[in-house]
Design a protein around this ligand. Sequence first.
Ligand code: GLC
Length: 745
Amino acid sequence: MITIKPKHLCLLAMSTAQFFLAAAQKRTIEQKVDSVIKLMTLEEKVGQLNQYSGDWNHTGPITEDGEKQTQIRKGQLGSMLNVVGVEHTRDIQRMAMQSRLKIPMLFGQDVIHGFKTTFPIPLAQAASWDIPAIEQAERIAATEASASGIHWAFAPMVDLARDPRWGRVMEGAGEDPYLGSKIAAARVRGFQGKGLGNTDAVMACVKHFAAYGAAIGGRDYNAVDMSYRTLWEYYLPPFKAAVDAGAASLMNSFNDINGIPATGNNYILRTILKGKWNFKGVVVSDWGSVGEMIKHGFAADEKDAAMKAAIAGCDIDMESRCYKNNLVQLVKEGKVKMSVVDEAVKRVLTKKFELGLFDDPYRFCNEQREQSQKNNPAHRKAARELSEKSIVLLKNENNLLPLSKQTKTIAVIGPFVKSVRDNLGFWSMEWPDDSSTIVTQWEGIKNKVSIDTKLLYAKGCNINDTDSSGFAEAVEVARQADVVIMSVGEARDMSGEAKSRSSIRLPGIQEALIKAIHATGKPVIVMINAGRPLVFNWVADNIPSILYTWWLGTEAGNAIGDVLFGDYNPSGKITMSFPRTEGQIPVYYNHQNTGRPAANETDMNYVSSYIDLYNSPKFPFGYGLSYTAFTYGDIVLDNKTMNTKGKIEAKISITNTGNYDGEETVQLYIRDMVSSVVRPVKELKGFQKIFLKKGETKTVSFIISEDDLKFYNNDLQYISESGDFKLFIGTNSENVKEVSFRLLK
Ligand code: GLC
């Protein structure tokens, strides 16, 4: 029997009041938006859907551009990107305040992996599997960016990617929809913090909607052709997770999907995003993508492009000027309904109200706050910690690592050793004082070793040319050392946007340099800096210790030093399969079994395999070693059957059987053995990152519910089907323990 007590009545009254207050506030914003839009001319409405770039590297970006200045003052430019800093954003905001209705300007920026403090590239951060740390990184980025007048981060990029030739894999979370969804939601929470309206919260912008990562051939901007089932099953979940996390905006992608450019794609923008998902935020085009529908062959001219994009649900036109030059006329001709324009404008104005910009357009323009974010030690500490967690130990034969800080002589060789900005990776901000704030790998190593350690340096070669004149010096330096640390890889502009590579080997003659150093017989550690999985089979087969150091950002050197000398035991695990060769692409863990699966690595007898290559990737999804060793017990299920309302608990014990304390990411996969559409051989459905002291044992528990067993059937219904399942738990997608259970319906 439930007894209602006074305190319950009080709580009920409070929550009711809060509900109505929130509803009143919400209604207030809606009412305010409606009141503003009633005052707006059609030209002013179209202005809110118009976005241009500034040039923040400039001293006075906009004051030198008359066209933009005029349009701002006429209220014909609603948002800008690439305008950074309190001074510049305030200048432009002042111009916007001279417009008839004083509608504030919105400032967006590509804050992809940090703002003042550069964090590891997102693909590296994903390898940490540390969701709270990834969220914190975006919280810090938002704090720094908002202090410099930015209202809107054009991030997170959540494009699932299975093809490492595509340069933009560096911006995402890799090949898995489950992990990608967890990371997408965390990044949105990080950017938006306690909610828009707080001056340290910025709008997130989830991109690129949709399926940009499936560009054919891994060639950026290329066509995308896939079944809608694949779209729903793999490419949409991270977007849905981000929308569910409250993302304020989305950016559509450049690519077409099955022949219809995303920018003008009614199915993804209206039917899915604004329809099924009830998304109330803003959709911004990618740079010029409205106009690019002409080149796609989907629009006859800019006017046609503007019409198709607006009707499909693209709210803001970034940089193509198709809306600016045509939307007024299209409305006057009745080709675009005023209601379509009004709906888009309301979405934009709602965000400006939510950000508090109508109350105070200058609330993000605070010099003191901006100054306080320069070289913030707490931010650098967080960056260093996330960088450590992002490093992946691919190999460590004879436990060469960690090195002793008392090592007598260490040779540090390679084009990355003293490189500065290459540590930042693509999509990092460029600050004048970068070279004094970025910790190089050389400095990081120097910071670690004892005063008696002799450090020798040789560049050996450049990143991407054929000049081997530095080899002799490098070999000589190696000969004098007890151990050699080499740092090689891609230049920071060899991954990222418009940076697809047909060959994903170590550039230039870096492999030859490694071979020359290896030939000295000295113990060699190779660190690979890159924005994507590379192919480096000779190195992988012949070098005893290999660290994948990605591009780690401002604190790269210190994080690398921490790992090299054992102050941090590496725990990173790759989130994209590493192919053995480009010919194996796409290779990913959650593949289908086919009717003729290869029985093992070398089975090539009328099975789905190559006659000249092993069947597995060089390094599988979820792979990463530790300085210690973890032993997995057997999986114990509390039940062997469950119904759709039920749950199964899977437990497993893990023991640290090595000599170092360390972290392990325990991964849970399932396989649906028989279903109405074939299912992958494994699907990630859970992970837990645990810390184990040496000798310690912990039991990890996972709960499986029906939701974990659902998939999109041939009719695109998200359902589960009864039958047998396998459940796997292990240290990566290949090295797992396995049990079975049954779903009863
Ligand atoms: C670029 C990118 C997009 C970015 C935008 C603004 O072309 O595709 O990710 O946010 O333009 O710089």
